[in-house]
Design a protein around this ligand. Sequence first.
Ligand SMILES: [Zn+2]
Length: 115
Amino acid sequence: MATSVIPNPHPALTLMQAVALGLLRDGFKQRTITARTGIQADTLYALAVLHDITAPCGTVEGHDCHEAREEEPCAPCTHAHGRAHARQHAQRRRTLGAVPRSLRPRGREGRRAVR
Ligand SMILES: [Zn+2]
């Protein structure tokens, strides 16, 4: 009698992928995880969904885990994401402010008008 092959629901993780998921669950920054393990953000979040792992809520990583699961981010995660977004925006504004208008990247005005 042939032994039936038990289907494996998840592809086996590489050591680095397993490490990356552990770091994500422990609340490390995605950038730190990518630097340490070489796992890129999109792969990381896809694996997190597959293996039912989430980053702690109230972090940008937590927010991205919600998004990867296609669910509505909870309030702490939304706030964390909003803060990070505002910080990026402020940095960009500061950088652009030092550059004469004529030298600024094209398309930025148009994008603002769309908003
Ligand atoms: Zn959350």
